[in-house]
Write a protein that binds this ligand. Sequence first.
Ligand SMILES: Nc1ncnc2c1ncn2[C@@H]1O[C@H](COP(=O)(O)OP(=O)(O)OP(=O)(O)O)[C@@H](O)[C@H]1O
Ligand SMILES: [Mg+2]
Length: 439
Amino acid sequence: MDLLRSALDRRRHGTHYADRMHRILGVCQDCGLLWHEERVSYRNGQVELRRVDDVEPVGEVVVTPQYEKYGLRVRPRVLNRIKNLGPQFAYALNVPTTTVEVDGNVVYVRVPRPGADQDPLVTFEQAWRIAPDIPRGSVLLGIDEDHQQLVLDLTAPSSAHAAVIGMTGSGKSTLIRTMVLSAQMIGGAEIALFDPSRGLRPLSGHPSVWRGGMFRSAEECELGLEVLANSIGRRRRGLMYVIVDEVPDLVAQRPRIKDHLARIAQAGRHAGMHLILGAQHPLATELGSTTLRNIAVRLVGRVADRNAAYNATGRRDTGAETLRGRGDFIVVNGATLRHFQAAYVPDDWLRRWVARFPPREPRLPVRPARSPSHVGSSGRGLDEIPDSVVEEIRRFMRKNGRRPSLNWVYRMTRECLPSGGFGRDKAQRAIDAAVEGLG
Ligand SMILES: Nc1ncnc2c1ncn2[C@@H]1O[C@H](COP(=O)(O)OP(=O)(O)OP(=O)(O)O)[C@@H](O)[C@H]1O
Ligand SMILES: [Mg+2]
């Protein structure tokens, strides 16, 4: 609790901060920006020089887990010059970098906090407890710079889909884990997990997980995403989050994943389906610009340079290239931009989740087998019953010690196969095939 209080102690007045504010104003003064003199003439002919302040400190210093923020109210005549003083401020404060952000007529000098590398940052629990009644349809991100809980409402029309972008170590998978765990705790949504990096595995045993497990290989992911994309417009489902980490990797291995994601990004919202994608670099090449336009929310962590920042956010001057990593993120959606610290789920919490909901293999969908007329054979051979269905039936039999009902086979195949459920005959043949194989 003490940690929480000190980490979240909102605004500080201490001498450290006063000293730094003085140094910042000192830089402005050295550059001749602090004030100027204006000539005032009075009616009696007297002329006087009056001093006009161009830069004044505003409010208290804002302290976040990774930054201190010093606010200056600035007159327009000096704004452009102040914007370029980042390196001078850094030198005066003896820190590696500072960034200068403009918000109306207030300029913020953002100073990285020393020692933040060792500091405990914001945990899932701390962020969650600020307001534990997050509505269904929203997921938790972390805390913003006013130490308010920040959530993403995926059911709002302007934020139906989100991409998490940043270089390795920026904290993408960590943030995605926080979003998924919050969705599981809030309840009321099905969650489809696609993740070759396995970072989501500890959350994959929860009953909310689509098909009971996480899809890992590119082949599995392609199949699963195909089934989801094809289900749009056909089957009514409730709210569903489709989480895909390492998207560029997956698309490189299985290019058709691009089409499935395009379909979900374009039409998924009407079917209650919302994408959360993770990628090390902006996705324009992998997904195409049309799809990317449908993914309006960009959660951007540290990126390599200004160019990457522009591509990731779709905006100039977001400063994403100066983010520090370890969950230091901005969220950009249209004209809004907000800085936040992503909450992280500590290992012991993950261990508890795993013990309570042990991860399992997903029930894999199978491609519809080609109809026998295509392959030129006559009659209806057993080859049209996919191995995975046979395997699924055997798994049922091993677990329950009896054959499944025809109805069970129908339901299972309806869920697993894009081509739909087996009728009575075919279900019976599938069961026979499974029994035969068991010998
Ligand atoms: N919100 C956070 N708070 C504290 N530490 C964090 C946070 N996010 C990430 N980290 C630290 O950074 C490390 C890397 O995070 P993560 O695996 O999420 O990065 P990533 O962006 O997914 O990288 P990659 O692209 O290589 O998969 C974590 O192991 C953790 O130590
Ligand atoms: Mg990752």
